[in-house]
Design a protein. Structure first.
Length: 303
């Protein structure tokens, strides 16, 4: 099968490369010529504009996979690609779009007769070798047309991917997946933090992580990654304690509120990411001031 991959960031480049290795013809477009040149070294046919990328697709239906940052960038890209396609062609949004935006994109494309699928994609930098987890939303017949692509990207033809529902469902499931991921990561971070604080035991955190990898209830890919990180730097002193969020954790919390579903673990994990970025930490300063005001408790002076 052939398709155009629009957006050759790390994930897009790796996915396109995995598809090429699986026997598919992939045309890749990125805004920077250097990125296109790099893609060509992996067997991806380069294109230097959206028009060129779509023009190089010869099979029908033409398939364009959009892998760009969520929000207005995705909307703009889908609109530009749609203007180059014909009824019956297919656009796949494989990025981390908000499912509400995805529903709007689906309606817009349906009015033009262009088919659409949203693919929540997980796998990070390891997907190129391990395969990607793909949560797909869209019409059954469109997903079936794209089956060869999903089977190649997934860990196996019959595992790690599936149609989970209509338009928007793929990105919705991926959003909740990322919310769960936030909670799991926070739990590992807190647990290892407590272990590290017990200095009198002289615990080897890397050793413990490897023990847990076998037979433990908490064994997981995240634990494997924690072990890898600790093997590289047991103290993690080279890493600044500043944690970003992609937005999907926030959307998961909003969704929980909308449906009156208590989600304290995911919500607190998101809040902890916010706290990691606050070098000023005015709320903590206020807490210290209040304790001093009502109880005369000592305050540490800023250096």
């Amino acid at each position: 099968m052939e398709l155009a991959m629009i957006g050759l960031g790390k994930m897009g480049m790796n996915m396109a490369t995995r598809l090429v290795r699986g026997g598919h013809h992939v045309v890749g477009f990125a805004r920077t010529p250097a990125t296109v040149a790099e893609a060509e070294t992996f067997g991806i046919e380069g294109a230097h504009s959206l028009e060129e990328a779509v023009g190089k697709l010869k099979q029908s239906p033409r398939v364009v996979w959009v892998m760009v940052p969520s929000g207005q960038t995705t909307t703009d890209t889908i609109e530009k690609v749609a203007a180059l396609l014909q009824p019956g062609d297919i656009i796949v949004d494989g990025g981390n779009s908000n499912y509400k935006d995805t529903l709007k994109h689906a309606d817009m494309l349906e009015a033009k007769g262009i088919d659409f699928a949203d693919s929540g994609t997980s796998g990070g930098i390891w997907g190129i070798t391990e395969g990607y987890s793909l949560m797909v939303g869209g019409k059954p017949e469109v997903v079936e047309t794209l089956r060869p692509v999903f089977e190649t990207l997934a860990p196996g033809a019959d595992k790690g991917w599936g149609r989970v529902g209509p338009h928007g469902a793929g990105h919705y499931v991926k959003m909740i997946h990322n919310g769960i991921e936030y909670g799991m990561m926070q739990a590992f971070a807190e647990g290892f933090g407590i272990l590290k604080a017990k200095e009198e035991f002289g615990l080897d955190l890397a050793q413990i992580s490897h023990i847990w990898q076998y037979g433990s209830v908490v064994r997981s890919w995240l634990l494997d990654l924690a072990a890898r990180a600790l093997d590289e730097d047991a103290s993690l002193e080279a890493i600044k304690p500043w944690v970003a969020d992609s937005g999907e954790g926030r959307w998961t919390v909003f969704e929980a509120i909308d449906h009156d579903i208590p989600a304290p673990v995911i919500t607190m994990a998101l809040q902890m990411r916010f706290a990691s970025r606050d070098e000023e930490n005015f709320p903590a300063r206020m807490l210290a001031a209040l304790r001093n005001q009502f109880g005369g408790h000592a305050m540490k002076k800023a250096e």
